[in-house]
Design a protein around this ligand. Structure first.
Ligand code: OKP
Ligand code: ZN
Length: 353
């Protein structure tokens, strides 16, 4: 399978995030992607490609998923931040204030003048620093997702968008959870626009894909399925419950499978079987897998206990779904093992098709 990797990913390199009440070094570091790339090379797993996507096509694909005023804000956020204070050039921008759900901040046509207010309006947590290269890195990551979707549409059985920052927490008009543009959603929408009638997204990251769920919640043509740590105790907390089944035309087309912190491979695997069955019942003709490797037992911010060899089984089970598949790289913060784990999954997938 071809891998499309983001040549600009390291332009996004946060200094610190707010974590359990204090500032800590960012978990989402460039080395994560470098380790996956190195392991793909070491095991000669498919070819490595840069995304070759025209600017106009890329912006159109992003606009299919994200609101214009959100992407306009993101594109200009760094310049605004530095304009406020030249010393800001040495600091990341981090949100710190948000409207409550009962405040109709979004329904007004006039955005707040204050940058901090808009940074909060377009985000949901204080763990996602934005810096000079964030927009370039995120946009180039979206190009990887689009290139992977085109590859699969062109007849390849699967393709891998090796990108960071990750994407599955980013919604139509918000960033958070280290995510700015929703690469998986962009791939899913691109597949729809290329003619695939029904696309499923099967999110296997430890954290619920709240951004992806929000983007497709009222749609019947894109089913979203997610296996994740129970939001009763796990990030992102406010979405990801089993009771969320979709709304309007999308009712019945969102499936959440929350599992308790501490869940091991046999229970996780049973959830994967359920998830794949739902994708099959839906009648998907293409699949997107936001591939978070933070289900690993050694992950520093997550709570499942999968072993490196378990990812072989995951790859094999996903291959058995027999669908054209785009993989996007999401979480996975046990940096030393993330390459081996990711390539275990992809290699087993390729062996099984
Ligand atoms: C991104 B992805 C808990 C803070 C958690 C955010 C985690 C984002 C995970 N106190 N910080 O889904 O891997
Ligand atoms: Zn995660």
């Amino acid at each position: 399978m071809k891998t499309f990797h983001n040549p600009h990913h390291a332009l996004h390199q946060g200094r610190e995030e707010m974590f359990r009440g204090r500032m800590v070094p960012c978990h989402e570091v460039p080395a994560r992607l470098d380790y996956v790339l190195a392991e793909l090379q070491r095991r000669s797993q498919g070819g490595l490609f840069l995304p070759e996507v025209g600017d106009t096509d890329l912006d159109a694909a992003i606009a299919r998923v994200h609101d214009a005023r959100y992407t306009q804000f993101l594109a200009g956020a760094w310049d605004e931040w530095v304009a406020m204070d030249p010393a800001n050039a040495q600091r990341d921008a981090l949100p710190s204030v948000w409207p409550l759900g009962n405040q109709d901040a979004f329904r007004t046509d006039v955005l707040p003048q204050n940058f901090a207010a808009r940074l909060g309006l377009f985000s949901f947590d204080s763990g996602s620093p934005l810096m000079a290269g964030t927009w370039t890195a995120a946009r180039s990551g979206a190009a990887c997702a689009l290139a992977a979707a085109r590859e699969v549409h062109g007849g390849a059985r699967a393709a891998f968008a090796l990108t960071r920052p990750p994407g599955h927490h980013a919604g139509p008009d918000f960033f958070g959870g280290y995510c700015f543009l929703n690469n998986g959603a962009i791939a899913a929408q691109a597949l729809r626009d290329l003619g695939h009638a029904k696309v499923a997204v099967l999110d296997i990251d430890y954290h619920h894909g709240n951004g992806t769920q929000t983007i497709f919640y009222e749609r019947a043509d894109v089913m979203t399925v997610s296996i994740h740590g129970d939001p009763a105790t796990e990030y992102p907390f406010f979405l990801g419950h089993a009771s969320e089944r979709g709304a309007g035309a999308g009712e019945g087309f969102n499936l959440n499978i929350p599992l308790p912190r501490g869940t091991g491979f046999s229970a996780w695997c049973a959830a994967l079987d359920t998830a794949i069955e739902a994708v099959e019942d839906f009648g998907a003709d293409a699949l997107v897998v936001p591939m978070g490797m933070d289900t690993f037992k050694g992950d520093p911010i997550s709570g499942f206990t999968l072993e490196s060899s378990d990812y072989d089984t995951v790859g094999r089970l996903l291959a058995a779904a027999s669908l054209p598949t785009v993989f996007t790289f999401e979480g996975g913060y046990a940096v030393d093992e993330v390459g081996v784990n990711a390539v275990n999954l992809l290699e087993a997938y390729c062996r099984s098709i």
